[in-house]
Design a protein around this ligand. Structure first.
Ligand SMILES: [Zn+2]
Ligand SMILES: [Zn+2]
Length: 372
């Protein structure tokens, strides 16, 4: 039986581009799909025909041959098979609930090869996160650390491929290099990407025994990193390429060192700022004084004016945390608290009674009834 011209079947001009072929095929496949034309023998025949035509014209290699040799393009193929090993004898479509999975699977089968190639292409390795706990002092000064990390590196035996491919690329033993095999559903068959080579048509080789086919091996490595001054809890330092190995020649992932800064007994951190509470004596608060206050970079002097109330906050600019990004450092907020003297001796008590007589003010004046 003389075969009709495949371009004609797909309703496109002769030697139309693959993109046009695909577009037309999709349109026709939707129109004549058996699910949409139940019990329509003619539509079923037409669907079969366009599917067959697309199996050839949708494939760059086969299309090239067809363009050169016409209907005789696959004359050398096994006579018992149809289009280069793909049988199209009938059609048995179960619909979405059936085994064949529905309409979209048809496209998956035909277009799957290209996607399968993408899925097996180079993939970047996963990133790793290592938590590191440091003190506030270490966060202030920055710290050099040494870490023993476990991560994967490409398997040397198979070069990270996961498979042992001998020498040059050979055609796939399962599909003979076409990248597709016939899938039998009842009396009808479809082409689907060859599972052995994922549609690439190349011999995938045997699974590498050294890495079990993963292409990667776990190893322990010592890495060094500089944690910059000023980091906070949740800050991350990136070590490029120290994550998990990539797949299929992909680049490795990165390693992130995530800092957790311990709370400090003296300083309370609020973003870039530090807070500290400093006790002063009653006399210092009343008379004013120059007092020493702690900072993370040693001591600093703070002048408090006479009559400083308890709880007053003084700001020492840029004496807080440095910025890991080189911005202006934070401030140090000093809260002074008047310490009540533990008076025991009679002489001190006598002086305080004298002081009270000389200063008869009532600090609870807001409780006094109005006008009295
Ligand atoms: Zn290996
Ligand atoms: Zn194959």
């Amino acid at each position: 039986m003389a075969r009709r011209d495949l371009y004609e079947i797909l309703e496109v001009p002769k030697k139309a581009s693959i993109a046009d072929v695909k577009k037309s095929y999709k349109r026709l496949a939707r129109k004549y799909h058996p699910d949409l034309n139940p019990n329509d023998k003619a539509a079923e025949e037409r669907f079969k025909e366009i599917s067959e035509a697309y199996a050839v014209l949708g494939d760059p290699e086969k299309k090239k041959k067809y363009d050169s040799y016409g209907a005789a393009w696959d004359a050398g193929a096994d006579a018992s098979q149809g289009w280069n090993g793909v049988k199209f004898e009938g059609f048995d479509f179960d619909g979405p609930s059936g085994e064949t999975g529905g309409f979209s699977d048809i496209f998956e089968s035909f277009l799957g090869a290209a996607n399968a190639r993408k899925a097996t292409g180079p993939r970047q390795g996963e990133d790793l996160v290592y938590p590191v706990t440091i003190t506030l002092n270490e966060a202030f000064t920055g710290k050099k650390i040494r870490l023993s990390i476990r991560h994967t590196v490409p398997c040397k035996t198979c070069g990270g491929e996961g498979r042992t491919v001998s020498g040059r690329k050979a055609p796939c033993r399962r599909c003979g290099g076409t990248g597709r095999i016939g899938l039998s559903k009842g009396p009808f068959s479809f082409a689907q990407p060859c599972p052995a080579c994922h549609g690439t048509g190349q011999d995938a080789g045997d699974i590498c025994r050294d890495c079990g086919g993963t292409g990667a091996k776990e190893t322990t490595e010592t890495v060094e990193a500089s944690i910059p001054a000023g980091v906070d809890t949740g800050s991350r330092v990136r070590l490029k390429g120290k994550g998990q190995a990539g797949r299929g020649g992909g680049i490795p992932g990165d390693l992130y060192i995530e800092t957790h800064v311990l709370p400090d007994k003296v300083f309370y951190r609020e973003g870039p700022h530090l807070k500290v509470k400093v006790p002063v004596t009653f006399a210092e608060a009343v008379l004013g004084a120059k007092i020493e206050v702690p900072t993370l970079s040693g001591g600093a002097m703070l002048k408090i004016p006479p009559g400083t109330p308890s709880g007053q906050v003084f700001r020492l600019r840029e004496r807080g945390m440095p910025s890991p990004r080189g911005a202006t450092p934070g401030d140090l907020l000093v809260e002074v608290n008047v310490a009540v003297p533990a008076v025991v001796d009679e002489r001190s008590k006598e002086l305080l009674r004298e002081f009270a007589r000389l200063n008869p003010e009532n600090p609870r004046s807001y409780n006094r009834p109005r006008g009295s």
